[in-house]
Ligand binder design. Structure first.
Ligand SMILES: Cc1cc2nc3c(=O)[nH]c(=O)nc-3n(C[C@H](O)[C@H](O)[C@H](O)COP(=O)(O)OP(=O)(O)OC[C@H]3O[C@@H](n4cnc5c(N)ncnc54)[C@H](O)[C@@H]3O)c2cc1C
Length: 504
């Protein structure tokens, strides 16, 4: 039924906020923004847009870093009125889960489930991201080291295609056969899909359509960056909240000491994780700050030791009975790896330490703010490499950046071999130089079998590097999937797949 009350606006003042995201990419434009309130509204918009071949860009909360929600014409479909939390299901025996609409932020979801003693493990640094969008980008976070990315925690997804079909996708249903073929049944049509053949690197990965042998169709949609359908309902798995956390921000006099510390903690944690012994080292978070990150952070935090050249933020879940033994082990390791113990910060708490998380959040925030001041777009890497190249990666970043003449810093998810090199150009000439460095790094990372986007996605700014990774044939295979599920080719134009591949 047509909802004449649905808010729709052609007013530039209403449209303008949707022409940007945290990438600071410019050039977005659109004729209209629409605010559907339910699935019928979404179907109405998509039916209309299909008839007129009008592009539709789905918008979450605008914290994306690759310009994926920035429209290149047509309609912006804001998801913000599509609803949030519907139900939290607590079970004494089976799985705990929550059912939600797309428009709840991570912060809100975490707060709601926490009141029931539960935890949603994925924790992207940006807690204002909508859950629907974090599924669309397969977001990860600091805790991905222990719990994996968003993909691992999505049990069911309701998707509306541009054909007006509603798909209700549960993990374990619509499974690919040995030849990579999936038959998908929608509310209007059936779709016969042949999955792409390109290999997917192990570990964190948010680089185009996901494929793996025997996968469920749900996985094709997770990470599809608004190009295949609108997610209207999501069922996420939850776990019981740990009894407490021991966390720290530890400082080092040399960058290499932090590298070795992180490598040691990571290996210990992976070894101990399966042991079921409560007092062993088992970090869920290991995050890195290089010397330049600390310099930037010093502008807002005077407590950072002057002689610190690097830092690690760690977090471990602890059990009340064994916490003393666990924390003693951490201090022993800190001494062994030359942590500046007297100047480092530690905390034991029943909650994740929000102050330390705020400190971690501040670094990408400061970088993005500085880029806005210089009117420059985000120029940050999101690469991971296989573990055997961990130290090569660190040396490569250092040698490529030192003496480059472009301001930069390196921080992030060191436990997953996933550091964000953020270049901070102050003019277009420096930006040009920065992109040259970026391209050189892409080449080496792909050569090592790594991925060019571990969590932010491809969006509008990383398509040429995805092409380097999966080649023309991989891109063509993705375009075929896209054209099957979105035959009018209206959704997420400009994201992931270059136009040429859609027009052939
Ligand atoms: C300071 C900072 C730190 C960050 N840290 C992390 C981090 O640790 N890990 C990480 O993964 N990311 C991180 N990000 C990036 C960003 O938060 C994520 O990409 C997030 O998932 C985007 O959510 P959003 O609601 O802002 O989506 P938007 O930017 O609005 O949209 C992102 C994409 O999702 C699509 N989309 C949105 N809603 C739907 C829907 N309902 N159905 C289908 N498609 C949809 C859009 O079309 C677009 O392609 C960070 C960003 C900032 C600014």
């Amino acid at each position: 039924m047509v909802n004449s009350n649905m808010l729709r606006s052609h007013d530039p003042n209403v449209i303008n906020p949707y022409l940007k995201d945290a990438s600071n990419l410019s050039g977005g434009y659109a004729d209209e923004v629409v605010f559907p309130e339910n699935e019928d509204d979404v179907i109405q918009i998509l039916d209309e847009a299909c008839r007129t071949r009008t592009p539709v860009t789905i918008a979450g909360n605008g914290t994306g870093l690759v310009g994926a929600r920035i429209p290149l014409g047509g309609i912006i479909l804001s998801t913000e009125k599509l609803g949030g939390l519907k139900e939290i299901h607590l079970s004494s025996t089976g799985h705990n889960y929550a059912v939600t609409g797309p428009a709840i932020t991570h912060k809100e979801l975490q707060k709601a489930v926490s009141l029931k003693g539960l935890l949603y493990p994925p924790d992207p640094t940006e807690q204002n991201a909508f859950i629907g969008a974090s599924v669309a980008t397969n977001a990860s976070g600091a805790r991905t080291f222990k719990y994996g990315s968003t993909r691992n925690w999505i049990r069911r997804l309701k998707v509306i295609l541009s054909t007006g079909d509603i798909l209700d996708l549960r993990r374990g249903e619509f499974v690919a056969n040995k030849k990579g073929h999936i038959a998908l049944k929608g509310s209007r049509n059936t779709f016969e899909l042949n999955l792409p053949q390109y290999p997917i690197p192990e570990g964190k990965h948010s680089c185009g359509y996901y494929v793996t042998p025997g996968m469920s169709a749900i996985d094709l949609f997770i990470g599809s960056e608004g190009t295949l359908g609108v997610f209207t309902e999501i069922e996420v798995e939850l776990i019981h909240k740990p009894e407490g956390y021991f966390s720290g921000i530890v400082f080092f006099g040399r960058e290499e000491d932090a590298w070795r510390f992180a490598d040691f903690i990571k290996n210990e944690s992976l070894k101990n994780r399966t042991s079921n012994i409560n007092d062993t080292i088992d970090a869920c978070v290991i995050e890195y700050f290089d010397c330049n990150s600390l310099k930037l952070l010093s502008s807002i935090n005077q407590q950072i030791p002057k002689n610190a050249m690097s830092a690690i933020f760690f977090e471990q879940e602890i059990h009340i009975k064994t916490k003393k033994k666990t924390t003693d082990k951490w201090f022993q390791i800190c001494r062994k790896f030359d942590v500046l113990l007297n100047k480092s910060w530690f905390c034991e708490s029943s909650n994740e330490n929000t102050e330390f998380r705020t400190f971690r959040y501040a670094i990408p925030s400061l970088v993005n703010k500085t880029l806005r001041q210089y009117n420059q777009a985000k120029l940050g890497t999101d690469f991971t490499v296989p573990h055997e190249h961990f130290f090569d990666m660190l040396e490569l970043y250092r040698s490529s950046l030192n003496n480059s003449g472009v301001k930069h810093c390196i921080f992030g998810h060191i436990a997953d071999n996933h550091l964000h090199v953020n270049l901070i150009p102050q003019n277009d000439r420096e930006a040009e130089k920065g992109w040259q460095i970026y391209k050189k790094l892409v080449k080496q990372v792909i050569g090592w079998g790594g991925t060019i986007s571990a969590e932010h996605g491809i969006g509008k700014i990383r398509k040429e590097y995805l092409l380097d990774m999966i080649g023309k044939s991989g891109m063509q295979e993705m375009a075929i999937i896209k054209k099957h599920l979105d035959p009018c080719k209206i959704l997420g134009r400009g994201n992931i797949i270059p136009e040429d591949y859609l027009n052939n």
